[in-house]
Design a protein around this ligand. Structure first.
Ligand SMILES: [Ca+2]
Length: 126
């Protein structure tokens, strides 16, 4: 199981390219660009499972850091600022990780609330 069996390579590519500059990563935009927001809840759950590299049922800070590399092995790691903003945005019970069972992950993807405000300042708006 890999992300490329769920998402198209082209979409992943454009999502990765969009956030190549450090601190330009916006999770909501990334999920839109890579096509995940159009996927079924089952597919979103599968993606969650891939991002949860150690199978703990949660996406921890350390796993979030390598988030982009799960999509594309040559991608950069997220900066501390990006990791913390991502975590903060999707961690709805403030336990320092995203989970369980992909619920807050899905809620974040499908029903984003005030996510624009959570996005890091966008230096070169695309
Ligand atoms: Ca984990």
């Amino acid at each position: 199981m890999s992300l490329s069996s769920i998402l198209s390579a082209d979409a992943i590519d454009s999502a990765i390219k969009d956030c190549q500059a450090p601190d330009s990563f916006c999770p909501k935009k990334f999920f839109q660009l890579c096509g995940l927001t159009k996927k079924s809840p089952q597919d979103v759950k599968r993606v969650f499972g891939i991002l949860d590299n150690d199978g703990s049922g949660f996406i921890e800070e350390e796993e979030l850091k390598f988030f982009l590399q799960r999509f594309c092995p040559g991608a950069r790691v997220l900066t501390d600022t990006e990791t913390k903003a991502f975590l903060c945005a999707a961690d709805d019970d403030s336990d320092g990780r995203i989970g369980a069972d992909g619920e807050s992950f899905q809620a974040y993807l499908i029903y984003p609330v005030d996510m624009q405000a959570m996005c890091l300042s966008d230096p070169g708006s695309v």
